[in-house]
Design a protein around this ligand. Sequence first.
Ligand code: 2HG
Ligand code: ZN
Length: 479
Amino acid sequence: MPDTNSPRPVPAALLATLRSIVGDRGLLTAPSDTAAYAEDWRRLYRGRTDAVIRPASTREAAEVVRACAEAGVAVVPQGGNTSMVGGAVPAEDGSELVLSLARMNRVRDLDPVDLTLTIEAGVTLKAAQDAAAAQGCLLPLSIGSEGTAQIGGILATNAGGNNTVRYGNARDLVLGLEVVLPDGRIWNGLRRLRKDNTGYCLRQLFVGAEGTLGVITAAVLKLFPQPVEVEVALCAVPSPEAALDLFTRFQRHDAASIQAFEYMSGAGMDLVLRHIDNARLPLAQTAAHYALIELATPRPQAGLRATMESLLAQAMEDGIVDDAVLAENTSQRAAIWHLREEHSEAQKRAGASVKNDVSVPVSRVPELIRRAGAACTALMPGIRVVPFGHMGDGNIHFNLAQPEGMDAAAFLARDHDIMDTVGEVVRDLDGSFSAEHGIGKLKPYMMPDWRGGAELELMRAIKHAVDPRNLMNPGKIFP
Ligand code: 2HG
Ligand code: ZN
């Protein structure tokens, strides 16, 4: 076994070549500058790297990848470094270089007739949404880390988020891609066609590949008309079953207007109210379960307010909603979403947590919440069960916070036990062990069990065909 702690420095000649390609501004080598790129947001992994390379153009990125390939040095593509599974951290031995796309942050084109946005990988999701909104369009991808996460990383990891229930995942929004291949060639697939049926769909190979097949440098994304009516409600509900019933009622009434349908547990909301500044519950009292509903439409006078009010009034009469509040304006909408979006940060501040980004068929979400909760409590009495997430698409973040007072390291040492306990229930419900966060460095060990046989063999064959020397983001996805 190689000693992962003994350093394997990158050849000085390669660093000189890279500097000649990207210039001084494009190469960070001081440990104080590179450290933040070598550690993940959750602080599960701390790697080491001799340099962070920051190309300013596709041509520079391609030359960088070619130079690294010729030197046999592996590259870790990195966007906003917001991975929940350590998908963008370099190895501990310092043998890999980080390729940051942050300086490739231009909007190349926005066409409001074609409803397409051609954009470079380093643009943050928030900046991309704003660019679309400035032209009366909607880029319907929304995740908690959108101010930091970048388009390249979002596509490489096939991010999901809050609007999947209506618009699908990141891969459903991609029409075209530009990719630097592991040998430094550029594949320009930046086509903005709604129909293009020409053999294997290569762009979908790179979406969700987590940077193991190449570096996404630009993309063409689908846009939609900007909604003119938006309604957001926060509901206290008596049970996960009631939340599901509520979702079904909205779906039957007008599925096309559901922009998001999120579930939160009382435990998660309590952590947000305790740890997050400006978090205030706009309901009379706390509850054991909550649902957040967002309806939106580009149709004028669609009457979404009336829809929301009448469905919620009926739901209260039927006992599936205990209390509800409707946002009156944009800032109230943002305040309600703040309670949901700060769940990850609140859990981080509350101590160690083990995350299970899982999905099951939507109809089985309540059973997942109950059974996995009971199983985790049986495994570790006092464990704090904090499920929340995208109920409308079946993706629940079945997160567990350490028991109060327990040593964080002792809790984290049990992470596989906890993940396997949740995994057993998920498997029984025909679900997936990774719904939207991907595999990264955290979950490769689960791949043989969940995706073994022909599926994993095919993935390995593709990896070998595209990156035979394993120089693109090694150590991710594959065990
Ligand atoms: C979310 O939905 C993110 O907020 C993060 O996917 C979930 O912290 C998590 O587990
Ligand atoms: Zn999520």
